[in-house]
Design a protein around this ligand. Structure first.
Ligand SMILES: Cc1cc2nc3c(=O)[nH]c(=O)nc-3n(C[C@H](O)[C@H](O)[C@H](O)COP(=O)(O)O)c2cc1C
Length: 241
């Protein structure tokens, strides 16, 4: 195979991993803490958003010491493998195949993931196999291990980011900076293949080729002078600008 063909092949492989990478944020929110967090998140990343809604409207999950929410969680705990254990939700029509990364925004209920969100993942978690999965959990004070276990049970073949983000209810108004730090810690832009610009993460030394294989620059001081387009930039990593 000649150099041109190799570079073209590389361009196709990298562009399928990188340029078309898309993120979906799926969440449920009863008292709008997770809703506020997700609204902040989509200011920081490009993502589509899907909000899950229970089919039964007007339920007061908090009444009588959280009785309804508690009963829903108990039903799932008792028989997690059966569809009837999960509360019905409104139909959704998002094609998960078009997403490479799914970020889940989950309220914590009785140490578990809020029941309506579990319903969505019970139905769709299998379709998320191999995708990058991020988890953001909101709770009043309880730790989030149980929610992490739920996510892993419901998305058994998900490729989870190294750590999930726990935002306590009292920190909701501070979620912008917590999200920014988390995205940085998990190296979201690179790991999720969202890096369609080299601006934030430029390699130290590199060689820039056009897609038809001609050498454009070597160890250039900056990549920003290049017009927008598809380039093979070969340094420590391969980038698309
Ligand atoms: C049914 C139910 C059960 C809950 N159980 C817990 C709990 O065990 N521990 C806790 O710290 N918070 C618990 N919470 C509080 C929520 O996790 C917290 O308020 C969260 O921020 C709600 O997110 P949301 O506003 O997006 O619905 C519970 C809330 C509900 C409605």
């Amino acid at each position: 195979m000649n150099m041109k063909k190799i570079l073209l092949l590389l361009a196709i492989i990298v562009s399928s991993m990188t340029v078309h990478a898309k993120t979906l944020v799926v969440y449920y929110s009863y008292t709008n803490n997770v809703h506020t967090i997700v609204s902040e998140l989509v200011k920081q990343i490009n993502a589509d958003v899907l909000r899950i809604e229970p089919a039964q409207k007007g339920l007061d999950y908090e009444a009588n010491n959280y009785a309804i929410g508690s009963a829903q969680i108990a039903a799932i705990r008792e028989n997690p493998g059966h569809e009837t254990s999960y509360p019905a939700i409104d139909p959704t029509d998002v094609n998960l195949a078009q997403y490479d990364c799914i970020i889940i925004g989950a309220p914590l209920w009785w140490s578990n993931m809020a029941a309506p969100l579990q319903t969505y993942l019970f139905k769709n978690g299998g379709t998320m196999a191999g995708k990058k999965i991020g988890l953001i959990v909101s709770s009043y004070s309880s730790g989030i291990n149980g929610v992490e276990s739920d996510a892993q049970r419901l998305i058994p073949d998900g490729d989870f980011f190294d750590r999930s983000l726990w935002i306590r209810s009292s920190q909701t108004s501070n979620s912008a900076s917590l999200l920014r730090q988390w995205l940085k810690d998990i190296d979201y832009e690179t790991v999720a293949g969202m890096d369609d610009t080299v601006a934030a993460n430029e390699p130290d030394s590199y060689t820039v080729f056009s897609v038809n294989g001609s050498l454009l620059a070597q160890n250039a001081s900056t990549l920003h002078n290049l017009e927008g387009g598809l380039y093979i930039i070969n340094g420590k990593k391969t980038y698309i600008k």
